[in-house]
Ligand binder design. Sequence first.
Ligand SMILES: [Zn+2]
Length: 320
Amino acid sequence: MTGPTRRSVLTGVASAAGALALPRAGLAAAPQAQGPGVYRYRLGAFELTALYDGTWFLPIDGTLIRNASGAAVNKELATNFQPPNILPITITALLVNTGKQRVLIDTGSAGQLADTAGYLNANLAAAGLTPADIDIILISHFHPDHIDGIRTKDGNKVFPNAQILVPEPEWTFWMDDANQSRAKGSVLRYFRNARRIFADIAKDVQRFRPGAEVVPGIVSLPAYGHTPGHTAFAVHSGRESILVMSDTVRNPELFARHPDWQPIFDMDGALAVRTRRRMLDRAAADRMLVEAYHFPFPAVGHMVRRGAGYELVPSMWRPL
Ligand SMILES: [Zn+2]
């Protein structure tokens, strides 16, 4: 027999791994971080930077999807080589440098959801910027993983020079005392958190009507359902565009493949499905570049129709 047998290959791999284990053992006392979670790409004359905040590994059970079983969810996770009963929620904020302004779309979790997330500012530093360099913060909706980065855990403002723009219907819903008095469980926590973030800076927060151009080159798009005022964005420069889908589509292996699935995160499940289908359909038909806050880093690619759903084709990593 010529060449290695299957057994010798496996043994060889094992001994190679064993050899590699020796130097690693010496380094074990110092945790080895990944490289920075920063990815830059161009859109016309704009420079876009994906800033990784981290991943929240959320334990889930059969109640995650209102209209699908836990077994169906675990089957799709397994298709993507993910362990069962854990939803990996990656968080990536998008920084848009228009040449005139630096616009940060959503702000990360500030480490308040899990200790495996909260690295947005470290990655901003790796991108050569500080929070003081951000001119505008554009908020898609008021869930904690999108607004917590506005303040530190101690309540200090993180972005000293940024004007904060939020969707009007989102503000109206979450800052309404009557709505809060009817809320329970996690939704009640979101109400309290929105007040923690915004209450004493209300006069500095500018509200916009979804549909409006909020910054030259950035148009807000009503994408209601996930929350009452949930908003997506279309960024245009020259002849190029990107559709920033926010939380319209979360994990692509679940919600692009199954646009009709209604996760408990979507406050109005049926409306969220219509919004998701409309946006995925437009993205696929127009072959648009898309970005989404919970797509795997760097959270950018294209959507193609496949079967009854859609599939994410991630952008190929490339230097500027
Ligand atoms: Zn989110």
